[in-house]
Write a protein that binds this ligand. Structure first.
Ligand SMILES: [Zn+2]
Length: 81
């Protein structure tokens, strides 16, 4: 019985809780890192859509933990007008 090598990369997964700087929502971010394959990956606040960037090998997964606290329902605006 021969051992077959898998080509599944050995991702290093980690999670952290982030508070959105715009709306105050808290969400969990699951990041998969792989030595030599990390690059800037975007993820969005699930409540207002504000964009964040982290170093990862795959697009981060986001899980909302607590709702926004600014009492608004608008989305984050990149430009002020
Ligand atoms: Zn937000």
């Amino acid at each position: 019985m021969s051992q077959s090598l898998t080509h599944e990369p050995d991702f290093e997964r980690s999670t952290f809780i982030q508070s959105c700087a715009y709306c105050g929502a808290r969400f969990e971010v699951l990041v998969s890192r792989l030595a030599g394959s990390d690059e800037p990956e975007d993820y969005d606040c699930p409540e207002c859509g504000k964009r964040y960037t982290t170093q990862a090998a795959l697009p981060p997964l986001v899980n909302l933990r607590s709702r926004r606290r600014d009492g608004k329902s608008d989305g984050y605006q990149e430009t002020m007008f």
